[in-house]
Design a protein around this ligand. Sequence first.
Ligand SMILES: Nc1ncnc2c1ncn2[C@@H]1O[C@H](COP(=O)(O)OP(=O)(O)O)[C@@H](O)[C@H]1O
Ligand SMILES: CC(=O)N[C@@H](CCC(=O)OP(=O)(O)O)C(=O)O
Length: 258
Amino acid sequence: MEKILVAKIGGNVIEDEKVLASFLQDFSKVKGPKILVHGGGKMATKLADKLGVKTEMIDGRRITSSENLDIVLMTYAGVLNKKIVAALQKNNCNALGLTGADGNVIQAQKRPPQFVDYGYVGDIVKVDGVIIKNWLEQNIVPVFCAVTHDTSGQLLNTNADTIASEIAAAMSPFYEVSLFYCFELQGVLEDIEDKSSIIEYIDQLKYKELQDQNVISAGMLPKLKNCFDALKKNVNEVHIANADFVKDNSIKHTTLCL
Ligand SMILES: Nc1ncnc2c1ncn2[C@@H]1O[C@H](COP(=O)(O)OP(=O)(O)O)[C@@H](O)[C@H]1O
Ligand SMILES: CC(=O)N[C@@H](CCC(=O)OP(=O)(O)O)C(=O)O
């Protein structure tokens, strides 16, 4: 089976112009089919602050009012997605910027309010792996932002880590899939104050231990859950690593295993 890379970059990589430019250059050089998923939560929060709109996050997920949704769309589907696509094009990488509504590629449903009402937040129902495969076969590099839709006209905010995990899973019938979560640190840390305390392997037992000891928090909570979800859905490899990992796979990082 042919190999494919699904890479995800988040807020801290996107915020740092130099790091982002260097990541996109390295990503462009990766041979073979590849997909990029990006977040940008930090930038959406900054825009909300500027506009005087309140931001509330619970367990790493944004409570998304209709005002927040517009901010999220402007930031993720607008400024960020298009800037990333243009930078990839500059590097001769034929990127196609997408939300989940484009080509009906990611269908979601609004999360029903239970203990928390997350507002316009979508849980993914279906990813159309075939349409993505068709793009890849045309040497197009799909670039997804953190937006999905419910097929009834409602756009929804969806965690970018979850989008990466579900897209990776949807590609697994066709490719041998490697999923890289690229961020500003070197991997998951045993002690958040000690940047060198990288945990090289995390299985489900270790994951539970880390949760029980409160070693992981904020955005790392959904990230790890998404990693295991991907592995359970036949994604071959999942790594959490620094953005440099895309050019140098030998740097120390975290590998997830079931
Ligand atoms: N044990 C941990 N090891 C590494 N990062 C952690 C840990 N616990 C919490 N974090 C936080 O999780 C963040 C990564 O999640 P997130 O903010 O969603 O990143 P991104 O937007 O890049 O996906 C790190 O920046 C860090 O602040
Ligand atoms: C529902 C939800 O929380 N969506 C995320 C989507 C963006 C994202 O995931 O961005 P990072 O990868 O930079 O964190 C949010 O709005 O923050």
